[in-house]
Write a new protein. Structure first.
Length: 186
């Protein structure tokens, strides 16, 4: 049986567990990643001043594990206009991301493959987000914070997943200090 929960929203996100909004995590845990429409998944990242997303680095990771077997895929998230009002600290910027049409189709195919595969035994699903960051100007301040909103249904609301998480906690102090200057990032 495939647990009807998302076991990981990783890479950038769950390293800062203290900043995760429990009500959103609970709502995401109630979703079945095999039935979620990939074309409806949208993420808004609120970046602090001095931090940008490297072009082409945003990815959604989806998969399942059954015993020692794994089925997984990595899917491109493209920049999308942020169509909802989001508030952030002064100097922050909001970036929207969603799957490309081609990768939404690839993810649907993987969902179908995993659904057939899980009928043969217990499986555990994962859904993760990865973003490559780069510095603008002097880069982000050591105490900079960021937020992440997620929407899993086209007509659903954006839910706050991470609220004002300290980058040093989310990324780790070493990673934050090692952020390179942007080349062509907005």
């Amino acid at each position: 049986m495939f647990p009807a929960r998302l076991t990981a929203l990783a890479c950038l996100l769950l390293a800062g567990c203290a900043s995760v909004v429990p009500s959103t995590a609970a709502r995401l845990a109630a979703l079945d990643p095999l039935t979620a429409d990939p074309g409806a998944i949208e993420v808004v990242v609120i970046l602090p001043e001095g931090l940008a997303v490297k072009p082409g680095s945003a990815r959604l990771e989806f998969g399942a594990t059954r015993g020692t077997e794994t089925r997984k895929g990595s899917f491109v998230l493209e920049d999308r206009p942020v169509r909802t009002a989001v508030a952030g600290p002064e100097g922050s910027s909001a970036r929207g991301f969603a799957l490309t049409e081609a990768d939404a189709e690839r993810m649907r195919a993987l969902q179908a493959e995993i659904a057939a595969w899980k009928r043969e035994g217990k499986a555990r699903g994962t859904l993760g987000l990865g973003l490559g960051g780069c510095g603008v100007g002097d880069g982000p301040a050591p105490d900079a914070t960021g937020s992440v909103l997620i929407r899993m249904a086209e007509d659903g609301p954006f839910l706050p997943l991470i609220r004002d998480g300290k980058l040093a906690d989310l990324l780790g102090a070493e990673v934050l200090a090692a952020i390179q200057p942007c080349e062509g990032a907005e």
